[in-house]
Write a protein that binds this ligand. Structure first.
Ligand code: GUN
Length: 290
């Protein structure tokens, strides 16, 4: 292997301790603690694990988490009522609605009802629009985690060709706008892209966010490229289930200069960015008025 590993776990731990220090300093000076309202509808096991991890990460650094865990039968109106209540609550700096929601709920309508200043997931159209136009706002956690990883590892972005494989609203498109804002030349690829391996081979920075296990092979990677793997796929291997990314790691690591592992790459950065967005929201809400 020639590539160095981009260790998201270590970087996320460092960011969490920086945020904890900021919260300690400001609360010691008399500022109220930050608060994150978390809505988990129903009993989706994966969502329950995600939400438990998010709340634990909050508490570890001094963010209070508030919970609303209604049954899957909750009505749209009752869910909206909770969002409105937390929108109006000055102790709530961020509101997170864990997705997916049950079929009978209009998820987009719920997300749009969150006060965009409290939209720490960065899913509100106002925040998506701000990202597109280069205005400050909350950026979705996984894309922000990708950018922070690149920047904190000292990867030069200006003028580089970034190829993003995947055009989702929650990863591919926001990553593209973030890298464009850092002066990359950006190509977004998707299922209809012609000669995908060839386009990937032209990337200085290759971001994989497709959700297909090990689809990106080693010979799609330009020698010396930086490879960021956003995928998390569970595959049967040697009689067990194993987590792998969208990139064939061992092959790609032979050619890349820097590569993220799965697990332990982008994944841990996502929660760190949720905490960071919540702390940003709290900082703005509690800033002394001039
Ligand atoms: N479900 C899967 N990923 C996410 C996420 O990042 N945020 C929310 N709210 N729900 C999710």
């Amino acid at each position: 292997m020639t590539a160095s590993i981009l260790d998201g776990k270590a970087l996320a731990a460092q960011i969490r301790s920086e945020l904890a220090e900021k919260i300690r300093e400001r609360t010691a000076a008399g500022v109220r603690p930050p608060g994150l309202g978390v809505i988990l509808v129903g009993e989706n096991p994966a969502s329950q694990v995600y939400v438990r991890n998010k709340k634990k990460a909050c508490e570890e650094i001094g963010i209070r988490s508030l919970s609303f865990d209604p049954p899957a039968t909750i009505t749209q109106a009752d869910l909206l009522a909770k969002v409105h209540e937390w929108n109006a609550d000055p102790a709530v700096d961020g509101i997170l609605v864990q997705l997916p929601l049950p079929e009978h709920i209009n998820s987009q309508a719920i997300l749009e009802e969150i006060n965009y200043k409290k939209d720490v997931d960065g899913f509100h159209p106002v925040n998506q629009g701000k990202l597109m136009t280069g205005l400050p706002g909350h950026v979705a956690c996984t894309p922000l985690g990708v950018l922070v990883m690149l920047e904190r590892s000292g990867v030069e972005l200006k003028g580089k060709h970034a190829v993003i494989v995947g055009r989702s609203n929650i990863v591919g498109k926001p990553v593209a706008f973030l890298l464009l804002s850092r002066h990359c030349t950006v190509t977004i690829c998707h299922s209809r892209t012609q000669d995908l391996p060839g386009v990937c081979r032209s990337a200085d920075i290759l971001v994989a966010a497709i959700g297909k296990a090990e689809m990106i092979r080693g010979d799609w990677v330009k020698p010396g490229a930086v490879v960021i793997d956003v995928g998390i796929n569970s595959v049967p291997r040697d009689g067990k289930n194993k987590l792998v990314g969208d990139v064939a790691f061992a092959e790609a690591a032979e050619r890349a200069s820097l590569i993220t592992p799965v697990p332990g790459g982008v994944g841990p950065m996502t929660i760190a960015m949720l905490l960071s967005n919540t702390v940003d929201s709290w900082t703005a809400a509690t800033a002394p008025t001039p």
